[in-house]
Design a protein around this ligand. Structure first.
Ligand SMILES: C[S@@+](CC[C@H](N)C(=O)[O-])C[C@H]1O[C@@H](n2cnc3c(N)ncnc32)[C@H](O)[C@@H]1O
Length: 241
């Protein structure tokens, strides 16, 4: 049997009368988080199902670092957009931590947005959800903070078997592995206010290329790559001085 923590086993016992089929699923790499039905993200309860990526620890670090930059740059009343919101974990945590933010969140998946809306309600936060493809998104709104954990694993990569149960479109990028970032940079030129912050989760193997791409788009700005807890390049921040 795969390792299951006592806490997870207790949660499963509370939810299911017969654990045998559940244990079988877990042994076939089915993610335990989908069986439990929610995760703890930055201390907030976030419901998950097969229509959303299971929030990762690294993404909690993205939130933590972004909160620090928002405070440092005095963007406490910022208009924020979370691009590729999935379960809504990022935008909900941001809004819980800094209530004065005005937060929007976008995703191409209506099923993901349905769950993100439930999560916003569960956590009692007001978020403006937008159903849109980021490659077609157009708006006259302006934002001060853009945050995104876009799909960044190149198709064909060999990954943890558990991710085969997560939505393909949430994880994999085909063709140019930086295409989501490039699209968001293009959009930012149009929708970002003069005092701004952009925060991204990234693939450690693409940090050098991504730094160059960011520098091409924003040659006069502060561009910072930061590491995750496993000491891998995992975050990109772009801001003005
Ligand atoms: C890596 S997941 C991130 C989910 C969540 N923000 C998190 O950090 O756990 C990427 C998200 O981007 C969404 N997505 C993929 N392609 C998109 C597109 N073209 N336009 C908008 N959202 C897209 C997926 O549906 C998915 O929810």
């Amino acid at each position: 049997m795969n390792n299951i923590s006592k806490t997870d086993l207790d949660l499963l016992k509370q939810k299911y009368d017969n654990l045998d089929p559940i244990i079988d699923k877990i042994n076939n790499n089915y993610p335990i988080q989908y069986l439990i039905g929610y995760v703890d993200f930055y201390g907030y309860q976030i419901k998950v199902n097969e229509s959303v990526l299971i929030p990762r620890f690294e993404t909690e670090t993205l939130v933590e670092k972004t909160v620090n930059y928002i405070k440092e740059k005095k963007l406490l009343n910022a208009k924020v957009i979370d691009i590729g919101t999935g379960s809504g974990c990022i935008c909900i945590a941001l809004k819980k931590i800094i209530e004065s933010l005005s937060v929007s969140a976008l995703d191409i998946s209506s099923d993901a947005l349905k769950l993100a809306k439930e999560n916003a309600k569960l956590n009692k936060v007001n978020i403006n959800f937008i159903l849109s493809d980021i490659f077609k998104f157009d708006t006259s709104e302006k934002y001060d903070v853009i945050i995104s954990n876009p799909p960044y694993i190149p198709t064909g990569s060999i990954c943890d078997p558990k991710i085969e149960y997560e939505p393909y479109n949430a994880i994999y990028v085909s063709g140019n592995p930086l295409k989501y970032y490039e699209q968001i940079f293009k959009l930012a030129k149009k929708i970002i206010n003069p005092q701004y912050l952009m925060a991204f989760e990234i693939d450690e193997d693409e940090s050098v290329n991504l730094y160059k791409l960011a520098h091409d788009f924003f040659p006069n700005e502060q561009i910072i790559i930061e590491k995750d807890l496993a000491n891998k390049d995992r975050f990109l921040f772009i801001m003005n001085d």
